[in-house]
Ligand binder design. Structure first.
Ligand SMILES: Cc1cc2nc3c(=O)[nH]c(=O)nc-3n(C[C@H](O)[C@H](O)[C@H](O)COP(=O)(O)OP(=O)(O)OC[C@H]3O[C@@H](n4cnc5c(N)ncnc54)[C@H](O)[C@@H]3O)c2cc1C
Ligand code: FES
Ligand code: FES
Length: 486
């Protein structure tokens, strides 16, 4: 089968074909500069403010699914086969405002208006998924939308009231669902897409085997999954990324499943796509997951990307290492599996050969005697990067600690286990003394950096206190909380 040299997707109501899509071309630039759809705004160009929020509809195993995403860091090439919905598509053919828009007006949810289209799109997605949300659900949905004028209260009131203005059943994304599903299915032709100029090529493999083949052909290519890191390389650092091999459309990389005693997470599964499985089997990750970025970024960003970028402050490695996760890497037809902690060699250096990619993550489910916790400390509660993150798993049998896996982010050049603290716990009776000794030992494990997020001394003390907190919580003395202040 020959390669396709253009991408095809549905923009609002119209199918379009775009040739010569460079790897680094963003959806936001395409919408505003090429299509003059200027309702979608550019605020930060780094996925933080939500002014650029649009909905992306995509066929999944469970049917057509719409999620809000940030157009500023979403690459155009990744939209092949999708339905992109912008704020211009909300009002009906008669020009009447959408229920979300009318609710925002009636509740004074807009002042200068710059952020408003982004809020409207996030609230539209929320209303479609949860027509009568609680305030808490609204707050979670709006983590990735910033407003400098309203103080949020009017927006939250509008969001809670939307269901009084209309129901999703009569919304055109619902009434046209079957037609749209058929139109999107017709766009799938199983071909590899190779588009864009030679020095800025975008490649969309036909399937995962083809991904392996593409990476052998272009071992130095940039792998782009959700682009929530790579997008910023382009918009903030003006770095060339071509040739880039996109993976976000590959369903087989998105598999999430409970298999035997393990959870299997495909490297291409977004945070949102794994959330319900993780919350069901690992409830201690539930609140933690909502602390990762904001809704739009969680809809795009993948666990595989979080691991592969090797950041010492990525939120998933500490909690996955504590659980004993393993990752499988693939190069061509050859696979190898290693403990996640072994993947992180040094700052910016991971155990990944040219042409190799992360295929999946396997998480063994903890037994009934293992107590688990996940903590994130950041300056802001929402939409912020960790100063310190911790995954703690401690097994207690007959009152004695028989195993301990304590992993931290933000404490070293890589996500890392606290070997001395673990050794101080194992073999000890479960109790305050053991954790005090472990907290002291933890100071030998790390020499953290001072930076604008936190000082070295703060990080050390905070990590020690997380151990103490873990003991108190597990012993029933304290209420579990998600800490935010660094
Ligand atoms: C506004 C904002 C807030 C954020 N907040 C947080 C946060 O709270 N916590 C946090 O941890 N992170 C946060 N991030 C960072 C980012 O969202 C995560 O690191 C995310 O998981 C990256 O995944 P991705 O799919 O977007 O990766 P991409 O950007 O597509 O790729 C990241 C890196 O991984 C490589 N890669 C991707 N997939 C594979 C693969 N299968 N095999 C090999 N290499 C691969 C890419 O080549 C690249 O080097 C935030 C980002 C933004 C923009
Ligand atoms: S412009 Fe701020 S998130 Fe996209
Ligand atoms: S209304 Fe002005 S930034 Fe939100």
């Amino acid at each position: 089968m020959t390669d396709r040299d253009h991408i095809r997707f549905i923009l609002n109501g119209r199918e379009i074909a775009v040739p010569e899509v460079g790897a680094d071309q963003t959806l936001l630039d395409f919408l505003r500069l090429d299509r003059r759809l200027t309702g979608t705004k550019e605020g930060c160009a780094e996925g933080d403010c939500g002014a650029c929020t649009v909905l992306v509809g995509r066929l999944t195993a469970a049917g057509l699914r719409y999620d809000p995403v940030n157009a500023c860091i979403r690459f155009l090439a990744s939209l092949d086969g999708c339905h992109v919905v912008t704020v211009e598509h909300l009002s009906g053919p008669d020009g009447r405002l959408h229920p979300v828009q009318q609710a925002m007006i009636d509740h004074h949810g807009s002042q200068c208006g710059f952020c408003t289209p982004g809020f409207v799109m996030s609230l539209y997605a929320l209303w479609m998924q949860t027509p009568e949300p609680t305030e808490q659900q609204v707050e979670t949905a709006l983590q990735g939308n910033l407003c400098r004028c309203t103080g949020y209260a009017p927006i939250i009131r509008a969001a809670v009231a939307v269901s009084r203005y209309g129901t999703p059943a009569s919304d055109h994304l619902t009434t046209e669902r079957e037609t749209m599903t058929a139109r999107l299915s017709a766009l799938r032709d199983g071909r590899r897409v190779v588009t864009g100029p030679e020095d800025n090529r975008a490649i969309l493999p036909a399937d995962v085997d083809d991904l392996a083949a593409c990476l052998l052909e272009h071992p130095k290519a940039t792998i782009v999954a959700g682009a929530t890191d790579v997008g910023l390389w382009v918009t903030k650092f003006l770095r060339p990324i071509g040739p880039a091999i996109f993976t976000g459309h590959l369903d087989a990389l998105k598999t999430v499943a409970h298999q035997g005693d393990d959870l299997h997470i495909g490297a291409g599964a977004s945070y949102t796509e794994c959330q319900s499985l993780l919350s069901r089997h690992l409830p201690h990750l539930s609140g933690y997951w909502d602390r990762i970025a904001g809704w739009q970024v969680r809809n795009m960003g993948t666990v595989g990307g979080n691991i592969a970028n090797g950041s010492p402050i990525g939120d998933t490695p500490p909690v996955l290492i504590a659980l004993g996760a393993q990752i499988t890497l693939r190069r061509g037809d050859t696979r190898r599996t290693l403990p996640l902690e072994a993947f992180f060699i040094d700052y910016g250096k991971q155990d990944r050969a040219a042409g190799e990619f992360v295929e999946s993550i396997r998480i063994p489910l903890p037994g009934p005697n293992t107590r688990n916790a996940a903590y994130k400390l950041s300056k802001r509660r929402d939409e912020d990067i960790s100063s310190v993150a911790a995954g703690l798993s401690v097994t207690v049998e007959d009152g004695r600690i028989t195993a301990a896996r304590l992993a931290f982010g933000g404490m070293a050049a890589t996500p890392k286990r606290a070997a001395a603290a673990e050794a101080a716990l194992v073999g000890q009776p479960w109790g305050r003394d053991a954790f005090e000794t472990a907290a002291e030992a933890l100071a030998q494990d790390f020499t953290p950096l001072s930076d604008w997020r936190a000082s070295s001394a703060y990080r050390t003390l905070a990590a020690q206190n997380l151990l103490r907190r873990f003991f108190l919580e597990q012993d029933g003395a304290a209420t579990p909380v998600q800490l935010e202040t660094a």
